[in-house]
Design a protein around this ligand. Structure first.
Ligand SMILES: [Ca+2]
Ligand SMILES: [Ca+2]
Ligand SMILES: [Ca+2]
Length: 473
């Protein structure tokens, strides 16, 4: 076959059987002179591959052959896009009555509603397209609607509609409710007491000693706003004065409340106290240390190792103690006697007031002959003890001397012993017998306002008419 004959056949076939190119008004015109396969010399595809046929790349200008349409740069039959459940056509378009939802054409009623796919990115009023789902917006803690819009009293913060205007809430724009002010985007109460805790946060904006997070101190008010006054170990020293008939509470270390703890205050559990009435001081002992308390000022004036002042305590576990005032019952006015209860016996000591020095006197075994036994405490469970030589307050309602089966009705002296949840009474001086105990809660001083709770009592002493309780840590 010659070259001329071949050309004629091709022209004839094209003229008789080839479809006329169509040029829809909404589609780019294809090259009318091209065969069913178009091989453009420029534009897509760049590698010169075939284009324009079904499933072939679109030709330059998004052109496809005949009835095909260019869909995402691939030529496809018109029937494969735009109808219900078909892929969206180029430009996310669908046939009339349908919208493109998540790349699929759906009836307009199947998208745009709550929890439906978005309709070409759009949702019904009051909904917002988020990750191609229509979600409620504008309500409290919902996503903000378009343009950051939120409902009444809500403000769009971090794309969430949040309550605004109240204390601690975002400002509504720049507005806050009455009594608060917008500071750095947050509504804060006006801090009337200038303690750094604004109204609405501060439990008492009229008292700078009270605010959330404040340290609780022993001052009779609820400093940390937890509704409990002087909670925790805020107080550690309670003093009952006969004159007032009531208790005053203090911090065990008042200096610690100011942030500068005393170097002499106890920092571990107090076990017993030996007070020196004529000097208005008290030696307070822990397991390993001693601490000297000025009872009048409640300041700690000296401290050191426990056993440095009473060597016989070495290796002992001591849990109670009391002293007998110097000069009592005709004794030496320069010597104060003391007894220390240990788990292995009673150590008797004396204090030379002039020399300010303790010395060992004697040791006695754990008493086993307390009488009457029914009135005596269990030795090992004694928590605190004190000696009151006068019973001037008549806290002991019977005459301790009556325990000695004498005819006297003299009241006192007595030792008070706190053991378990009862107070025991010991006639101290004549016959050393025990009177009937009473419950802690019913013993006169502990019934009065401001009494230390039983659980906080670590040690006690009686001095100058005052019953003093040292607290647990
Ligand atoms: Ca305040
Ligand atoms: Ca409190
Ligand atoms: Ca307080």
């Amino acid at each position: 076959m010659g070259r001329a004959m071949f050309a004629a056949i091709v022209a004839n076939v094209f003229a008789c059987t080839g479809p006329e190119p169509v040029t829809p008004s909404d589609r780019p015109a294809r090259d009318a002179t091209a065969d069913t396969i178009v091989t453009p010399t420029d534009g897509a595809p760049p590698d010169g591959a075939a284009c324009g046929g079904e499933a072939q790349p679109c030709c330059v200008g998004s052109m496809c052959n005949a009835t095909l349409v260019c869909e995402v740069n691939v030529c496809r039959a018109q029937t494969t896009c735009g109808a219900d459940m078909q892929p969206c056509c180029v430009g996310s378009s669908c046939r009339s009555g349908f919208v493109c939802a998540s790349g699929t054409c759906r009836p307009t009623t199947a998208c745009g509603g709550l929890s439906q796919s978005c309709c070409s990115g759009a949702c019904e009023s009051g909904l917002r397209c988020l990750a191609d789902r229509c979600e409620a917006c504008g309500g409290a803690m919902q996503a903000c609607c378009g343009g950051g819009a939120c409902g009444t009293s809500l403000s769009c913060v971090a794309d969430r509609c949040q309550p605004c205007g109240g204390v601690g809430q975002p400002c509504c724009g720049s507005a806050c409710t009455a009594g608060t002010e917008c500071t750095a985007g947050t509504c804060r109460g006006v801090d009337r007491d200038m303690d750094g805790s604004p109204a609405g946060v501060d439990c008492d904006d009229a008292n700078p000693l009270r605010a959330p997070g404040r340290r609780e101190i022993c001052d009779g008010v609820d400093n940390n706003c937890n509704t409990t006054i002087d909670d925790g170990n805020a107080c550690g020293l309670w003093v009952h004065t006969a004159a007032s008939g009531s208790w005053a509470a203090y911090a065990l270390d008042p200096m610690a409340e100011t942030g500068a703890p005393s170097p002499h205050a106890p920092t571990t559990a107090v076990r017993f106290v030996l007070d020196i009435e004529s000097l208005a001081i008290a030696y307070v002992f822990t397991d390993t240390t001693h601490h000297v308390l000025d009872v009048r000022t409640r300041q700690w004036t000296a401290s050191g190792p426990r056993d440095a002042i009473i060597a016989q305590l070495a290796g002992r576990e001591a849990f109670g103690g009391y002293t007998v005032p110097a000069g009592h019952a005709g004794g030496n006015p320069n010597l104060e006697g003391g007894a220390i209860l240990t788990t292995t016996g009673v150590i008797n000591v004396q204090f030379d007031i002039a020399m300010r020095r303790w010395s060992f006197l004697s040791e006695a075994p754990i008493p086993t002959d307390w009488a009457p036994a029914a009135n005596a405490p269990m030795y090992s469970s004694i928590r605190a003890a004190w000696l009151d030589i006068g019973n001037a307050d008549n806290w002991v309602t019977f005459s301790p001397m009556s325990l000695c089966m004498t005819t006297t009705t003299r009241v006192g002296p007595y030792a008070g012993v706190l053991s378990g949840d009862r107070v025991f009474f010991f006639e101290a001086g004549s016959c050393n017998r025990w009177g009937p105990p009473v419950s802690f809660a019913s013993f006169a001083p502990f019934t009065r306002a401001g009494s230390p709770p039983l659980a906080r009592v670590a040690a006690a002493f009686f001095q100058a008419g005052q019953l003093v309780i040292v607290g647990t840590r």
